[in-house]
Design a protein around this ligand. Structure first.
Ligand code: SF4
Length: 161
């Protein structure tokens, strides 16, 4: 059975930086969960960060730039957390390879999981087009990444695999 990688916070697990519980309400996701298809990951926790934690943003760049060493990630306290984000992304990729995963549902706007939008590094809630580090690494390795807003598209894609 085709497995699907999913951001842990989308299943309501308490892994978000602010410790809030925000599960995605979606029949497809619930069905996949019941079928045992979902492989759950929080890259930031896998990378060694605690919950709760200060919010973090990519500084002047995208997830791709972080992977090439051309951008870094700071938290709101000014700490450099780039290494934890890269480690977490690698952990997510390890799961993808272990379970031969071809698609992922990742939380939009996150500096790890965002697939269309991320915050701009100013900690002023300003969004820019771009991907988080994990989303960028998975896409680089051939995984189809959908956000929680695109689960319908993900359902259709799964039907074509
Ligand atoms: Fe973890 Fe990704 Fe959810 Fe952030 S968006 S809490 S990194 S699973």
């Amino acid at each position: 059975m085709e497995k699907i990688l999913i951001s842990a916070c989308l299943l309501g697990l308490p892994v978000r930086y602010d410790n809030k519980i925000q599960p995605v309400e979606n029949e497809c996701v619930q069905k996949w969960h019941k079928e045992g298809r979902l492989v759950v990951v929080c890259p930031e926790v896998k990378g060694g960060l605690s919950t709760p934690r200060p919010p973090a943003e990519i500084m002047a760049g995208s997830g791709e730039d972080v992977l090439t060493g051309d951008a870094c990630i700071h938290n709101s306290a000014g700490g450099d957390v780039t290494r934890a984000f890269i480690t977490g992304a690698q952990e997510a990729l390890d799961l993808v390879q272990q379970f031969h995963i071809r698609m992922a549902i990742l939380k939009e706007k996150s500096p790890s999981c965002g697939s269309h939008f991320i915050y701009d590094g100013s900690f002023s809630r300003r969004l820019i087009p771009g991907r988080g580090v994990t989303a960028a690494l998975l896409i680089r390795n051939g995984v189809a990444v959908f956000s929680e807003k695109d689960v319908v598209l993900a359902c259709e894609f799964l039907g074509m695999l």
